[in-house]
Design a protein around this ligand. Structure first.
Ligand code: GLC
Length: 416
């Protein structure tokens, strides 16, 4: 196969394929599998060295409640998320769909139903784009480790892997995102036959977008547990746990607040990236109360302030400066100032190089009085408490007369 030709063909359609995803900004990650029953993190099998024979019976004891995916999708929609990504097979190797590649699947074992099909239906019902997570690493498959040093095992494991991926791309209608994970133990895209596999995926799903955890860069990068922009020109999505564990884990009690989630959204948007925030449903599929409450709050905030992040945004770095009271997102001649430390009745911003025509409070539309003197802009007549009492992040919309620029330097006089 001509690898260069494959890469060029994918690059040629990338901008078009990724447009909806950039505009969507915010998605829900769902980690749900046999490990949810143990409630000790999705790596429990590896971290506690549980032998396959001891782990396997979890496939029979797993009895999810009816259609939990509807609850996730309803919540995602309410939270302002536009797409979802479900673990169709995590490292443990249990397949959530009716696969012909192994009997270790949700239809043949405890659940007795196709959980991926239910999920896809729920995404459609709530108008969310559909993403499938698929772990290349497999702790259950007999060749999952052996493939590294046994050629016959590698062939069998690749046939299994390609068979699974083929099914995922053909049985559930249009698939929007393929989210690979952990490509242990093979060490190159040649060894994984990634070019060939992804060419097949793109043939079956021409509009799909694919992440970078398959030993090829593909369409987007996946910083994990930190919201950090990738290089200019490179699409990225920060994937974040809600509480430090991807799988359901009652002992993980340090939940990100709704306020922190909104800050992550600002950081992602300012860098032109996305945020994929995880929920780890309980074994019955229900969403932990902590996640529920916070996502509902985030949803209310986004209903009023979504304009500051959805759609086409421009990268802030190099254009605007850090400030003690807030941070920016940018769209053309508009700057959105996410004020997360409300200063009281007067808010001053230094260093703006572009004249401001109008400032308003995004959520209410109320106009804000200001004076711009040189590179000092002073807003007055503000309330003493934040205009956003629930989350404490009020967005002020700046309409600039041209491309917004801010320069502060380190001294009190700009040198040069
Ligand atoms: C990791 C972990 C995993 C999790 C994933 C999500 O690489 O192995 O458990 O599913 O990242 O990004």
């Amino acid at each position: 196969m001509d690898h260069q030709a494959y890469l060029q063909a994918a690059a040629a359609t990338r901008t078009e394929r990724m447009a909806w995803w950039h505009a969507a900004r915010f998605g829900m990650f769902v980690h749900w599998g046999l490990y949810s029953q143990l409630g000790r993190h999705e790596w429990v099998m590896n971290r506690e060295r549980i032998p396959v024979a001891e782990y396997e019976p979890l496939a029979d004891t797993w009895k999810p409640g009816p259609r939990p995916a509807r609850e996730w999708a309803r919540l995602a929609k309410e939270a302002g998320m536009k797409y979802m990504v479900l673990t169709t097979k995590h490292h443990e190797g249990f397949c959530l769909w009716d696969t012909a590649q192994t009997d270790y699947n949700a239809v043949k074992r405890g659940p007795g139903r196709d959980l991926v099909a239910e999920y896809v239906d729920a995404c459609h019902e709530f108008g969310l784009r559909v993403g499938f997570y698929y772990s290349l690493m497999d702790w259950h498959h007999p060749d999952g480790a052996r493939c590294a040093h046994d050629e016959a095992a590698r062939r069998r494991f690749l046939d299994f892997t390609q068979g699974c991926v083929h099914e995922l791309c053909t049985r559930f209608g249009k698939l929007d995102i393929l989210w690979y994970d952990v490509s242990w133990p093979l060490r190159s895209p040649e060894a994984w036959e990634t070019y060939e596999m992804n060419a097949m995926v793109r043939e079956l799903q021409p509009e799909i977008i694919i992440n970078n955890r398959c030993q090829l860069d593909e369409d987007f990068g996946t910083p994990e547990e930190h919201v950090t922009a990738e290089a200019e020109g490179r699409a990225w999505e920060a994937c974040m746990t809600f509480n430090g564990s991807w799988g359901y884990m009652p002992a993980a009690i340090d939940w990100h607040s709704a306020r922190r989630v909104v800050q992550m959204l600002q950081e992602a948007s300012a860098g032109g990236g996305n945020l994929l925030l995880n929920i780890g449903p309980r074994p019955d599929g229900s969403v932990p109360d902590e996640a529920y409450a916070r996502l509902e709050t985030v949803g209310r905030w986004l209903a009023a302030n979504g304009e500051a992040l959805y759609g086409q945004v421009d990268r802030v770095r190099g254009r605007m400066e850090w400030l003690p009271t807030g941070s920016w997102t940018l769209k053309g001649n508009i700057g959105y100032y996410w004020c997360h430390r409300w200063p009281g009745d007067t808010l001053t911003i230094g260093g703006l190089q572009t004249p401001v025509k109008r400032i308003s409070h995004l959520a209410s539309g109320a106009e804000i009085a200001f004076a711009q003197q040189g590179d000092r802009l002073i807003m007055t007549g503000l309330p003493t408490e934040s205009l956003d009492p629930e989350v404490g992040i009020a967005v002020l919309k700046f309409e600039f007369d041209g491309e917004p620029r801010q320069r502060l330097g380190a001294g009190c006089v700009l040198l040069d």
